[in-house]
Design a protein. Structure first.
Length: 119
């Protein structure tokens, strides 16, 4: 394990269920939860949107070990933080081992009201 890959997270993968119209929808109440250790989740960007309502979109970067199973539909949780995976996770090749995966990277996103000081 590298010095920076020292966190543990949970990857949530939803199941599917039918809604009242018979369409498939994601079922987060019955998601499969997989604990993954030796990860690193780092802040990458923040954007404030002030159109109809003030909103903050925070981007984070996920780095996981080669055996990580993570999809674009998944969510990642560490403690009270819950991020959506944004885009397709990417395997990074091992520079010393042709054909092997060194690690996985994924962009994470959380959308929330901005933090503000107490009035």
């Amino acid at each position: 394990m590298s010095a920076i890959m020292n966190q543990t997270c949970e990857i949530l993968h939803p199941s599917k269920k039918s809604d009242r119209y018979g369409s498939d929808v994601w079922d987060w109440d019955n998601a499969t939860i997989t604990e993954v250790s030796e990860v690193s989740i780092q802040p990458s960007s923040t954007t404030e949107i002030v159109d109809d309502r003030q909103t903050t979109v925070s981007g984070w970067r996920f780095y996981g070990p080669p055996e990580t199973v993570i999809y674009a539909i998944d969510r990642v949780r560490v403690g009270a933080f819950l991020w959506d995976v944004s885009g397709e996770p990417q395997p990074w090749p091992d520079p010393l081992n042709a054909g092997a995966i060194d690690h996985w990277e994924a962009q994470l996103e959380i959308i929330q009201p901005p933090n503000s000081p107490e009035a």
